[in-house]
Design a protein around this ligand. Structure first.
Ligand code: GLU
Length: 541
């Protein structure tokens, strides 16, 4: 009895790995093109950190003319949630980040390197596990959970490094005959990797993001095939990223310490290892403490939050690129109208430590992104959001012709309005175009003086005036009521007048909209129309 017989006994039907090597040919890509992937587990909602990884992987591949694919890592079936896969796919879709290859729905996929769902790759993993057993590099382990726990307790009591390794790896030294007998007797087993490593030796590794790192070698005989016949993450990673011809594994830095194990697996299987790029998590400032964005504590950790709030996906992506490459901000400033796809993203320029999540900055980007949209786009997107989240807004927007005029105010010009950062802010920012203010908070000019301004203005108001005439009339009104006609004049001799033309237009602005800050008042009055303007001004009596 030799390793080959043992392997046949364990996996009698598994195909030789040459079958898969042949089936999944090396990719024919142009020089320098890289292959990246997003490999989430459908075990919970999509985290903003996951989206960040996916974006980085997509940008990195896209820039080189490579491939970005989506692989679903569903080998932990106990933790899988309902609609987990659909949730992942829809999130990528929402952010216009469809993969080039991989899962495109819960059941469908595209690409030549599938299946892209790990639970459908069982026989592939078993082939590779069989191959490892044949080489004497993997073995069946018969230890029960209780026995493994017992080992751990002994190690703990003796203050020794925990794990299944070296002398603690009980099954590692069984003879092939002993193993075969146990199997024939129906004893349950899992398959473990036979690590050739030694803890007292170091390995050096160069991570694309983290740079040079040094770790002790792996010496743990980790499980590669579990009792349910499915692989562990480590083994599936090695097999899949080899067969799918991934060149760059871009993933969260919680996996950095597994690199020694992963490199060893690649080495022992005779595969060329991919490059690794470990991304730092997105952090949050929690009363002065820097901590990871938490699924439990922070609503903004869930990708769904951005959709619910109506933060444009474009803004989220731009913000994430800002975190990813500090050069993005300058690039954007120099190229305000280019698509982010044109940005020269650099994987190796990513920060080694975790960036702080900054909602203020994200919303600011949202304002810029929305300011560049046409009225029609703003309308469509607000409406789409309203239909799902705000019936009141949906109703307000029913009259499309009018809404387009409202959104058209100060838009499409050199310096477009920048008052909306997310769709959930639309209502409060346009409501005064639909109803007269309920309360007024005039600024400098109050009470009777404000009434006088309005009275005088009503005498000269004409809805057909061009902008210059319109403004001249406000100046006239200022003069008539005893305020400075020009701001400049006033500033030179502030004691001469109780206020200036700006204060007068504030009275009109507040009377018409209820706000001190709005987009262009002339345009607002034009859209509201003569009757409405007069009726609103007449409310101040
Ligand atoms: N399924 C793993 C996770 O969600 C993937 C890590 C990787 O990208 O390799 O953490």
């Amino acid at each position: 009895m030799d390793y080959k017989d043992l392997a046949n006994l364990i996996f009698p039907d598994a195909k030789p790995i040459s079958y898969y090597e042949e089936k999944y040919k090396p990719r024919e890509l142009k020089e320098g093109a890289i292959v990246t992937r997003f490999a989430p587990s459908p075990t919970g909602f999509v985290h903003i950190g996951g989206l960040y990884q996916a974006l980085v992987a997509k940008m990195a591949a896209q820039k080189t003319g490579g491939v970005f694919f989506l692989r679903v890592e569903d080998t932990d079936q106990k933790r899988e949630i309902e609609n987990g896969v659909t949730g992942i796919i829809n999130s990528l879709k929402d952010f216009d980040m469809d993969p080039d290859e991989g899962m495109i729905s819960d059941t469908d996929e595209k690409g030549e390197y599938g299946p892209y769902k790990q639970s459908l790759r069982k026989e592939i993993y078993q082939s590779f596990a069989k191959y490892m057993i044949e080489l004497g590099k993997a073995y069946p382990c018969f230890c029960t959970t209780e026995e493994v726990e017992e080992i751990r307790q002994k190690q703990e009591a003796a203050k020794i490094r925990p794990g299944y390794y070296g002398v603690w790896a009980k099954c590692r030294n069984l003879t092939v005959e002993e193993m075969a007998d146990k199997i024939k007797n129906g004893e349950k087993f899992i398959v473990r990797f036979k690590s050739p490593g030694r803890e007292d030796r170091k390995i050096k590794h160069k991570d694309v993001i983290k740079g040079n790192v040094e770790f002790p070698e792996n010496d743990q005989d980790i499980v590669i095939i579990k009792a349910d016949g499915l692989p562990t993450y480590h083994f599936a990673h090695a097999v899949d990223d080899h067969l799918m011809r991934t060149t760059h594994v871009i993933r969260s830095d919680e996996w950095l310490s597994s690199v020694p194990l992963h490199l060893q697996l690649f080495q022992e299987m005779g595969f060329r290892a991919p490059k690794y790029a470990h991304i730092s998590p997105i952090m949050k400032n929690d009363n002065g403490n820097k901590r990871k964005l938490s699924k439990r504590k922070d609503p903004e950790a869930a990708v769904s939050y951005y959709k619910e709030e109506g933060i444009p996906p474009q803004a989220v992506k731009e913000y994430l690129l800002n975190i990813a490459n500090s050069t993005f901000e300058n690039w954007r400033r120099a190229n305000p109208n280019k698509s982010i796809d044109e940005f020269d993203f650099q994987l190796n320029k990513m920060s080694v430590s975790g960036a702080l999540f900054d909602m203020v900055k994200l919303l600011d980007i949202g304002k810029t992104v929305i300011s560049k949209m046409t009225a029609e786009e703003v309308y469509d997107k607000s409406m789409e959001w309203a239909k799902q989240y705000d019936q009141e807004l949906e109703k307000i927007l029913e009259n499309k012709e009018y809404a387009l005029k409202v959104f058209g105010i100060e838009r499409g010009n050199q310096k477009p309005r920048k008052d909306i950062s997310k769709w959930s802010e639309v209502k409060e920012n346009i409501i005064y175009m639909y109803e007269a203010p309920k309360e007024y908070d005039f600024d400098k000019i109050q009470g009777e003086d404000a009434k006088k301004v309005i009275e005088e203005y009503l005498k000269v108001y004409n809805e057909n005036d061009d902008k210059e005439t319109w403004f001249n009339k406000i100046k006239d009104t200022a003069e008539k009521c005893g305020y400075a006609r020009e701001v400049k004049e006033y500033k030179q001799n502030p004691e001469k007048w109780p206020g200036h033309v700006g204060d007068v237009s504030t009275v009109l602005r507040v009377a018409i909209t209820g706000r001190r800050n709005t987009p262009d008042l002339y345009e607002i009055m034009n859209v509201l129309g003569k009757d409405e303007v007069i009726s609103r001004l007449n409310l101040i009596k």
